[in-house]
Design a protein around this ligand. Structure first.
Ligand code: SF4
Ligand code: SF4
Length: 256
């Protein structure tokens, strides 16, 4: 049994609001000002997260491979999605961006549903058909995918790491890698808070928070870590390199 993508493009055509109902409810209840990480676009408009290292990779790729007009067009479609508002510095730290369109702007329908940024596509694209990875502490589940629907599963297979790697290859590792990155972000926010290098706005009225967010200076979360001396630029780069080749996931799953 092997997962074999048929390149139908379905997973790239409906990226907006495409969240499992339980995740939507969770975001709705918690993500609009009650936690340090704040959602700044509606659940309905949300597409998949583009983490800081992915944003930088995509920006760099577009700069090198597109003309100025296309570069500006694509970059204008990628907006901040999850932020932290720091009361110490009055800066907005952007934790994740997302693409503001129903169909992914990078889907090339004229070319067999290929991806225009394939080499730097986000982890969430690499992990599909997984919606939830094996390390997130919840049940592994899948998005809508006709190729995956043909495979037959039982709990024993889902929990068998070797078997899952055999069936899904890099997608399985990317799903685990995304879990690790999200966990790292959450832990780092707590560590920054405890080290008094960050004072996240919490429990503020959402419209008030949005006003402050709109007027504030914006900075990528990982750049902020370097600015406040929490990590060096080299340490951040080293971590990004580990994510690119799923090094952390292989280690965590016991394949290395
Ligand atoms: S929905 Fe599934 S089969 Fe279709 S392109 Fe995406 S991964 Fe491939
Ligand atoms: S970035 Fe590429 S792989 Fe990801 S949704 Fe867009 S077209 Fe699909």
């Amino acid at each position: 049994m092997k997962f074999d993508c048929i390149k139908c493009g379905e997973c790239c055509m409906h990226i907006r609001g495409n969240l499992p109902e339980e995740e939507k409810a969770e975001f709705q209840a918690l993500a609009f000002g009650k936690l340090p990480i704040i959602q700044v676009i509606s659940v309905r408009d949300m597409s998949f997260p583009i983490w800081n290292f992915e944003y930088k990779q995509i920006q760099d790729f577009l700069e090198k491979n597109m003309n100025k007009k296309d570069y500006e067009h694509y970059m204008s479609m990628i907006k901040p999605a999850r932020i932290i508002f720091d009361l110490n510095s009055n800066k907005t730290l952007i934790v994740a961006h997302c693409i503001m369109s129903d169909e992914c702007v990078f889907l090339d329908k004229k070319s067999n549903n290929s991806c225009k940024i394939y080499d730097v596509r986000p982890l969430v694209c690499k992990q599909f058909p997984f919606q939830s990875g094996p390390l997130a502490g919840q049940k592994v589940y899948f998005g809508n995918c006709p190729a995956n629907d043909k495979l037959e599963f039982n709990d024993a297979i889902l929990q068998d790491k070797e078997k899952m790697l055999d069936i899904y290859g890099e997608s399985y590792l990317a799903a685990a890698q995304k879990d690790i990155y999200m966990d790292w972000v959450n832990r780092t926010v707590m560590d920054l808070f405890q080290a008094k290098k960050l004072r996240p706005a919490m429990n503020y009225p959402y419209p008030f928070l949005m006003k402050r967010y709109e007027m504030s200076e914006k900075i990528l979360f990982t750049d902020f870590l370097v600015d406040v001396g929490f990590m060096t630029a080299e340490e951040v780069e080293k971590q990004f390199a580990g994510i690119k080749n799923n090094k952390d996931a292989k280690k965590e799953l016991g394949f290395e």
